[in-house]
Design a protein around this ligand. Sequence first.
Ligand code: FES
Length: 140
Amino acid sequence: MSRRSRRPRAAAPDGAPGGARCTVTVCRGCCCGTPAKVPHLDHAAQLADLRSALAGVAMIRRTDCLDACERANVIVVQPSPEGRRAGGRPVWLGQVNDPGAAADITAWVEAGGPGLADPPGVLDLYAFQPSRRVRNEFED
Ligand code: FES
């Protein structure tokens, strides 16, 4: 266990750990969230489950294509302000097409997310680096 995951975090007035929340961006564009690209996954349930599990913990937002369609379904976990100050950066996850992956994302975000808690090791299988252009457009 790293030092990051043992770090105490203050409770925010709204109950979210560490002050302002992480943001979880769920792509639902031309490929992500479509049975044509990713069959055998209940895409609506994936988004609903994330919204339900992270209610009051993180902001969940749905976005149009993030220009990484070859990795559908794409989810980006952005750090809270506290997490960013601690060195956390947005983490891009691709091929999040297993219900267990969404559960792992939920557990990580509940623990503080980027910069404040180490992600479950299995999320390494999904993490990728988008091109600089895509990353810059997303963060602007
Ligand atoms: S539809 Fe998600 S990256 Fe293009």
